[in-house]
Design a binder for this molecule. Sequence first.
Ligand SMILES: [Zn+2]
Length: 230
Amino acid sequence: MRSWRLFNIFGIEIRIHPSFFVTPLFIAYHYSKNSPFDESVRVFVLVCLIFICVLGHELTHSVRAKALGIPVPYITLYPIGGVASMARIPSKPMDEFTVSIVGPLFNFTLAALAYFPLLLWMGHGRLFSPNFSDWKGVASNLFWANPVLGCFNLIPAFPMDGGRILRSLLSMRLGRIKATQFSVVLGQLFAILFALTAVFTRNWMLFFVAGFVFFSARREQGIVRYDQNY
Ligand SMILES: [Zn+2]
């Protein structure tokens, strides 16, 4: 299915996959079974706002990559996150490190900047016990989503940024091929751990993420194997 073109920013085309709205609608529908309608609307809006934070995260990767001379023609928003399409992996490990780490840093910085204004607006009690009873609750949930996004992306497994950060650091000593192999195996171990947790907690969304992480790790190995220039 083709993605829809939304707008251009910093010379990068922002695209949205038609399946994108599946996530907010699914979550809001799930929530609405035991909750009032207005709370479900707030949940839907929250998930859409979280995707704006995801877009900001992908934009920081893209702007850093472009500064290094790597073309980034577009960013696509999918139901489980955003993907910045870079023409190639940065050739120097230090460049891959900085391109990868700026994304999580964006989320941590956003949360740090929003902390005091939100504290003044809603007080400590509301900020630290997020709910959906009103729009302040949506703001506090959005605040917490950012450190969660930052930490999730730091998990050292492909396709998360943490996998790339690990590979870049290992590449400095081991070379890119060995560093990738090590990061791929570690990523697959994380995927198995996710899958087991998903089965025990009956969290099928996590099971889906586990499969995605497992196959993305294999794909990364393939890319590096075929292009020895990396
Ligand atoms: Zn990222």
